[in-house]
Design a binder for this molecule. Structure first.
Ligand code: C5P
Length: 222
């Protein structure tokens, strides 16, 4: 039988990762962090000395990506070519590099099958930019989260501070705006809500309020 799927798409820093993980935990479903695959492709390319401008070489990296998601109690460790990179892929630099390789059609094609393989029983919560439009177009529940760039920058700053870093708000805001622009303007799977997506503006909402809104939508569509 077909596994039920909930897709959560939206721009960077909107809180999709947090909400998706909580939702998957609450439902006891699998969780796909599709952005991690683009980050891993970028990191693998950098590690192999491949220029991010070389679409064909980056595509080969994506096609042969040697990655494992190792579930350990509640945390998932990410292993790239036998090296633990769970934290290494979370930097702003790798985020920006990911958005460069994500614009390549051949890279997106290479990662498509890998993403669809996550759709197994009892169900999947899929987090990304094109989960509802391209990867799982038949998902019964699609959420598109948004928030102002300023609010997302504020949240990202807080997140980085909690990791012990000293981020500069203006730099973070500029990064977010640049990444939005690249994700929205690319021709391959641009960031946009699916026609049948439910839109949630999280600018003024707490994590609990967003989670409640998503669960309510899930009950209505079920
Ligand atoms: O969500 P995250 O910040 O980890 O994603 C990093 C980058 O990967 C995004 O800026 C976007 O360019 C790309 N991405 C994508 N499609 C997805 C998920 C991420 O193009 N489904």
């Amino acid at each position: 039988s077909q596994a039920p799927i909930i897709t959560l798409d939206g721009p960077g820093g909107v809180g999709k990762g947090t909400i998706s993980a909580l939702l998957a935990e609450k439902l006891g479903w699998h969780f796909l962090d599709s952005g991690a695959l683009y980050r891993l492709t970028a990191l693998a390319a950098i590690n192999h000395g491949v220029s991010l401008k070389d679409e064909q070489a980056v595509a080969l990296i994506a096609e042969h990506l040697d990655v494992q998601f190792v579930q350990n109690d509640t945390v998932t460790h990410i292993v790239l070519e036998n090296e633990k990179v769970t934290e290494a892929i979370r930097t702003e630099e790798i985020g920006t590099s990911a958005s460069i390789v994500a614009a390549y059609g051949r890279v997106r094609d290479a990662l498509l099958k890998r993403q669809r393989a996550f759709a197994v029983m009892p169900g999947l919560v899929a987090d990304g930019r094109d989960m509802g439009t391209v990867v799982f177009p038949d998902a019964p529940l699609k959420i598109f989260m948004n928030a102002s760039a300023q609010e997302r920058a504020k949240r990202r700053v807080k997140q980085l501070q909690q990791k012990g870093l000293l981020p500069d708000y203006d730099t973070v805001l500029a990064d977010i705006t640049a990444r939005d622009e690249r994700d929205q303007s690319r021709s391959a799977a641009p960031l946009k809500p699916a026609d049948d997506a439910i839109l949630i503006d999280t600018t003024e909402l707490s994590i609990e309020q967003v989670l409640d809104a998503v669960l309510e939508a899930a009950q209505q569509r079920a």
